[in-house]
Design a protein around this ligand. Structure first.
Ligand SMILES: Nc1ncnc2c1ncn2[C@@H]1O[C@H](COP(=O)(O)OP(=O)(O)OP(=O)(O)O)[C@@H](O)[C@H]1O
Length: 248
């Protein structure tokens, strides 16, 4: 099967700051890919380039075989941005259902109205993340873990082919994290391709099928087994010159 995403020799600069250098990466159907790397290594930038939010300085990106510059089917890519849960405004009275319905806008043409016909998709997304009983609650009243599951529902309500998550468990307690990763694992088992930026190496060992180590350049991209057995990776984890371990 053709790759869902092909990143070819992509470089990116913010002004004079070189953030990515000739990164090439493919994402295949069914992958659960972890992108790991230290602070400021370009992980979020790479995801934003794939999502068309930033334009590469050099190189090309293909989505579902199509050049990103001509791609329009954005509903096929779900995205949970970094620190999204922290952006939930405790004053703005958005309910869980309303928050999830916003994820349908990318499928709609003008005028972008959410109507009765959208209710089944919203209900299904909330059931998937086990938040259906909380549909009418204000999102600001929920725990960090519950909010994060609502953000997943918002990202999957348009039935995307790939889900991108940027540091999804920041601010979620250990129990919430286990449940959250269990949910991602279930979604991946059902065929959803997942790309997750994380510094949590324990997650890498439990759930993911592929690993990419980024620090401006791509140091490693391979299967989870190759990642675990690679002497180079063991050296990098053990050594002073950490390319993997991430500190906040
Ligand atoms: N809008 C911006 N303008 C200028 N520099 C930026 C901007 N956004 C990010 N950077 C810089 O680009 C580099 C890469 O940032 P990026 O957010 O992609 O890294 P990251 O690996 O996701 O980091 P973290 O793990 O800390 O979130 C960093 O040095 C960052 O300071």
């Amino acid at each position: 099967m053709a790759p869902l995403v092909e990143v070819k020799e992509v470089s990116f600069k913010y002004g004079h700051l070189q953030v990515l250098e000739r990164v090439s990466l493919t994402i295949e159907p069914g992958d659960f890919l972890a992108i790991i790397g230290p602070n400021g290594s370009g992980k979020s930038t790479l995801i934003k380039i794939i999502l068309g939010l930033l334009e590469p300085t050099e190189g090309e990106v293909f989505l579902f075989g199509q050049d990103l510059r001509h791609f329009h089917d954005w509903y096929r890519l779900g995205y949970v941005p970094q620190k999204a849960a922290h952006m939930i405004d405790p004053v703005f009275p958005l309910t869980v259902e309303e928050a999830v319905s916003l994820g349908l806008l990318s499928r709609k043409r003008f005028p972008r109205l959410i109507g009765r016909a959208d209710r089944p998709a919203i209900k299904k997304a909330l059931e998937t993340v086990e938040m259906a009983p909380h549909g009418e609650r204000r999102i600001s009243e929920l725990s960090g873990g519950q909010q994060q599951r609502v953000l997943i529902a918002r990202a999957i309500v348009s039935a995307p082919d790939i889900l991108f998550l940027d540091e999804p468990t920041a601010g979620v307690d250990a129990r919430g994290q286990d449940r959250f990763y269990g949910l991602l694992n279930q979604l991946n088992q059902k065929g959803l391709t997942i790309v997750m930026v994380t510094h949590d190496i324990s997650v890498v060992s439990r759930f993911v099928t592929k690993v990419a180590c980024l620090n401006r350049r791509l140091y490693f991209h391979g299967s989870h087994e190759e990642f675990c057995s690679s002497p180079r990776i063991r050296e990098l984890i053990a050594g002073e010159d950490h390319i993997i371990v991430h500190r906040h």
